[in-house]
Design a protein around this ligand. Structure first.
Ligand code: PPE
Length: 304
């Protein structure tokens, strides 16, 4: 179970965790139309810092725009709120979960005047796919569930309801003994994992599916920048599941999962069956960047 912290930010105020309750008629609870973010803060030599706070807050606002949830706070207010929530809980490292949801008002599928509520919770969260996963890599399986078609549920918004599809996929493959689900888009091309973007490495080149059926991941973007800075060629190009089978290396990226190597897909060993050299380099630079140990990427950090 996730560890409860003392305070939650709710609609502009820090309140005790137990007082941050919602009504049973919360519209989002019934129909899934809400938007959320996942952000991490890390301990750095200069104290706690949030990784790419501005980009996460902006994506939250964009998510709202896509599904017509008008968030009644601006970028700077939300940035301040994230920092205040961490401080109120005396946390310099951890996971941050802002959520904007439709509160109590109308029921039914036309939530015209339901209030838009905004909450920010934080909690300590270790390696999402395990410490061993970060080091040795995880075993993935292609799910029988297809990832969203943009005309069914749009993919550029982190909409709460989108994650039903992710949960079905994740449950399916973990029940079979795998660590993570890889999902194909409606055309059968690799899209993303249940909550991470996917990359492969082949002949020194890095490849990740283009935006369309995948979320514009902030870790994905960070890895693309880090790779290009290192002179590694990066292409955003669709690929099939079998291209993944014959990759030299593969890995997942996400705020929660960070940079997690994939050592097997559908029981095919990827490359050497462990974390490959390109993955290792990118992962290690990523961890240095988030922990304030890479000068070049210090602009990605906001001090708590
Ligand atoms: N795709 C999906 C579907 C997704 O949910 C995430 C984040 C990503 C890609 C990677 O995006 P980014 O975090 O900006 O690099 N998934 C969040 C939710 C995890 C959860 O279990 O909750 C996350 O990583 O915070």
């Amino acid at each position: 179970m996730v560890e409860r912290t003392e305070k939650v930010w709710l609609n502009g105020e820090l309140v005790a965790f137990d007082r941050a309750d919602v009504s049973i008629l919360t519209h989002t609870l019934h129909y899934g139309l809400g938007v959320f973010e996942g952000i991490r803060a890390y301990e750095s030599p200069a104290g706690g810092a949030v990784f790419r706070l501005r980009e996460h807050v902006e994506r939250l606002l964009r998510s709202g725009r896509v599904v017509e949830i008008e968030i009644p706070f601006g970028t700077e207010e939300l940035e301040r709120a994230v920092l205040d929530t961490l401080r109120a809980n005396r946390m310099s490292e951890g996971y941050i979960r802002p959520i904007a949801y439709l509160g109590e008002g109308a029921m039914g599928l036309l939530p015209a005047d339901n209030p838009v509520e905004v909450a920010i919770a934080v909690w300590p969260w270790g390696a999402y796919l395990g410490d061993e996963g970060l080091e040795r890599g995880i075993r993935a399986k292609v799910s029988s569930y297809t990832r969203h078609h943009p005309n069914i549920s749009m993919t550029q918004s982190k909409t709460c309801g989108n994650y039903v599809n992710s949960i079905l996929a994740k449950r399916e493959v973990t029940r079979l003994g795998y660590d993570e689900a890889i999902m194909l888009d409606p055309n059968g091309m690799v899209a993303e994992a249940s909550g991470e973007n996917v990359f492969l490495v082949r002949k020194g080149q890095l490849k990740t599916p283009p935006l369309g059926s995948v979320l514009d991941g902030i870790t994905r973007d960070s890895i693309v920048q880090i790779a290009r800075d290192k002179g590694i060629e990066v292409v955003e190009q669709s690929f099939t599941r079998d291209e993944l089978y014959i990759a030299d290396e593969a890995f997942l990226t996400g705020t929660a999962a960070e940079v997690t190597p994939i050592r097997e897909v559908d029981d095919r060993v990827i490359g050497s069956g462990t974390r490959g050299p390109v993955t290792r380099t990118l992962q290690s630079t990523y961890f240095d960047a988030v922990r304030g140990k890479e000068r070049k990427y210090e602009h990605w950090l906001t001090k708590v």
